[in-house]
Design a protein around this ligand. Structure first.
Ligand code: ADP
Ligand code: MG
Length: 626
């Protein structure tokens, strides 16, 4: 670019010194220097039977040379290069912003293997390794805290500005910064599959995919460019031909030439002025900025299309466990029936649940351990999503799950039912335990609602959501309590995964586009069915995260209203961009046909429009924390 500018200055100087030969040499050098990239792209486009901006530019430059306007030809193509570079720079900047934020995984990790502490490369940590994290260090991998306690600064990953307290059992994310305490953790994913690594992949994916507005702009450019070419040809040749036929006879040829010089120049100006550079970059720059901005705040959006859709959401459906509640389920009560002891119930249930990823299962296993009940893992574990699970323990069929499951299978004995009623009355989640067709007992579990959830729900309403519902596989009484706590519009209880899908569809028919938030395997079908699926990133199951369109890294519900407003702001900015780009274009095309502007002014206007559009989009990057 500097070389191009230098040659142009040299040419201008020679012209001023009245040495036209030298000036032409300098300008041709400038053109040759700047035209290489557009020419290559134009050639590729023409071979693919397309006309794009690059073709437009190359034709404009060739025309200017043919008219002998060397200075203009050189400036036009150089300014075009500047605009292209500007666009690439913006996109690169946005991408770097993500990568910088993500280049946080330390390279080494301290692990304890076979009782010996050793330092290894972070990439060599495997699932199940015991990792030791000292005060002030960065956490090398994702995992669960097993011993010690500390506060952890999660801002590099989730954008949360306050340090979060971590105790044994809590999830810790790779890339976060440990505070004052030392702790040990069990790695739950190798370094290259950590939440951070997933973020980088998701962003890369998102950028490869194009948003609908982007596709609109592409389609537009595809018909627009040939149309402009035709118009330019008409402007260049029609008036001379009219003049020729009007004059008739001998003087005609000279008249034709004179007219062609005037109108040819105007046609060229039209070509250059019509270059839709600003229009072409109006959408991707805004979308990339918004995706980057969201990623920094712990909201991973898997593509511009999903971001755009968030603006239309009018109804939100929440899952309960792990979404509206922390999912840190704790066993509060264990009762045996018909002669089984509480420890007996716990032992059997824990043996089954030792293979479960469900928060209820994990809570039962943890409780059995703290109670000192020996747990022998069962075989043939099978999850019954939304209902419970079954397995073989000591050669007997064991089943744990909801009251509905036991009713369906006709396993609910009178004594089991009586105990269930007593516990469920208190609004606790209650699961039943059975073995070999007989009822063993019931387990009551408590979970704390997310305090921030109520604020998030108010903010969602402010962002334009008309209906907020709860979809849960848990019993009605527990759901009703949450309806009061959070001010929900409606609750649907005792739902199987397929019922959740039906609910989402019913909600869509009544209220319009539905956003579903969930964490579990049982939520995955509903996440896919919803217009926008949002998964919990820290506590969510892999299936939910894979299926969802958006992942909240820190499980923070306040990010939901943020997502909706970000989407609305992005669309507003894109609309403004398109209006600016098209408006300026239209004005210049008219001016060009009237012959009021000159070629370099046209290019300058286009670069200016690109700059305005870019600056407007970058505002999304800087938008304040929500
Ligand atoms: P939610 O929709 O609130 O996230 P789920 O659909 O995951 O809840 O579970 C619904 C119900 O199914 C639970 O309340 C529980 O009664 C039962 N359940 C599901 N999985 C298990 C399990 N692994 N162990 C025991 N009960 C379970
Ligand atoms: Mg759940």
């Amino acid at each position: 670019m500097f070389a191009g500018a230098l040659f142009i200055l040299l040419g201008a100087f020679s012209q001023w010194q009245d040495r036209p030969g030298a000036a032409i040499v300098a300008f041709s050098l400038a053109i040759a220097w700047s035209v290489r990239q557009p020419a290559q792209k134009a050639w590729r486009a023409v071979r693919a039977r397309r006309l794009d901006i690059n073709t437009l530019m190359v034709v404009a430059v060739a025309g200017a040379i043919a008219l002998g306007d060397w200075w203009e030809a050189a400036t036009v193509i150089w300014l075009f290069d500047v605009a292209e570079w500007l666009e690439a720079w913006t996109l690169r900047r946005a991408r770097h912003a993500v990568q910088d934020a993500m280049a946080v995984i330390p390279e080494r990790a301290q692990v304890r293997r076979d009782g010996r502490e050793q330092e290894i490369a972070a990439i060599e940590v495997v699932i199940g390794d015991l990792v030791i994290v000292r005060p002030g260090e960065r956490v090398p991998v994702d995992g669960r805290l097993t011993a010690g306690a500390s506060t952890v600064d999660q801002s590099p990953i989730t954008g949360e500005s306050w340090p979060v307290e971590k105790q044994p059992g809590d999830a810790v994310l790779g890339g976060t910064i440990n505070g004052m305490g030392a702790f040990e953790m069990e790695a739950s994913a190798p370094a290259d599959a950590s939440a951070v690594a997933r973020i980088v992949h998701l962003i890369a994916d998102a950028q490869a995919r194009r948003a609908p507005t982007q596709q609109f702009v592409d389609r537009f450019a595809r018909t627009y460019t040939p149309a402009v070419m035709l118009l330019a040809i008409a402007v260049a040749f029609l008036p001379p031909v009219v003049a020729l036929t009007g004059a008739g006879g001998a003087g005609g040829a000279g008249l034709f030439g004179a007219h062609l010089a005037v109108w040819g120049y105007r046609a060229l100006m039209l070509l250059v002025a019509a270059c839709p550079c600003a229009l072409v970059i109006s959408t991707p720059v805004a979308i990339t900025s918004a995706l980057t901005s969201a990623a920094r705040r712990g909201v991973l959006i898997k593509g511009g299309a999903h971001l755009e859709r968030a603006a239309d959401i009018t109804c939100v459906a929440f899952d309960k466990t792990g979404t509206l509640t922390h999912g840190r389920v704790k066993v509060t009560d264990v009762k045996g029936v018909d002669g089984t002891t509480a420890h007996g119930v716990l032992g059997v249930a824990a043996a089954l649940e030792s293979r479960s990823e469900h928060p209820i299962g994990r809570a039962i296993v943890t409780h059995a351990r703290t109670e000192g009940v020996a747990v022998a893992a069962g075989d043939d574990f099978r999850a019954l999503p939304g209902l419970g699970a079954e397995a073989r323990v000591d050669d007997a069929d064991v089943i744990v799950g909801s009251h509905r499951l036991f009713e369906d299978r006709q396993l609910c004995t009178p004594s089991l039912h009586a105990e269930f009623e007593l516990m469920a009355e208190r609004g606790e989640t209650t699961v039943l335990v059975g073995r070999g067709g007989a009822g063993l007992g019931v387990i009551g579990l408590g979970d704390s609602p997310k305090v921030a959830g109520a604020d998030a729900i108010l903010a969602l309403r402010a962002a334009g959501v008309k209906w907020i519902a709860l979809l849960t596989g848990d019993q009605q009484r527990t759901a009703d309590r949450l309806r009061a706590d959070f001010g929900l519009d409606d609750v649907h209880a005792d739902l199987l995964p397929s019922d959740k899908v039906a609910c989402v569809e019913a909600l869509r028919a009544r209220f319009g586009p539905v956003l579903m938030v969930g964490d579990g395997v049982n939520d995955a079908p509903a996440l896919a069915a919803a217009d926008l699926g949002v998964a919990m990133g820290a506590g969510g199951s892999h299936l939910a995260i894979e299926t969802a369109d958006v992942t909240l890294v820190s499980d923070d519900l306040s990010r939901l209203p943020y997502l909706l407003t970000l989407s609305q702001r992005t669309l507003a900015i894109i609309r403004a961009n398109v209006a600016i780009a098209l408006g300026l274009k239209l004005a210049f095309i008219v001016l060009a046909i009237l012959g009021v502007t000159s070629l370099w002014m046209a290019v300058f206007a286009d670069t200016g429009a690109s700059l305005i559009v870019t600056a407007n989009s970058l505002r999304l990057l800087r938008s304040g924390r929500t």
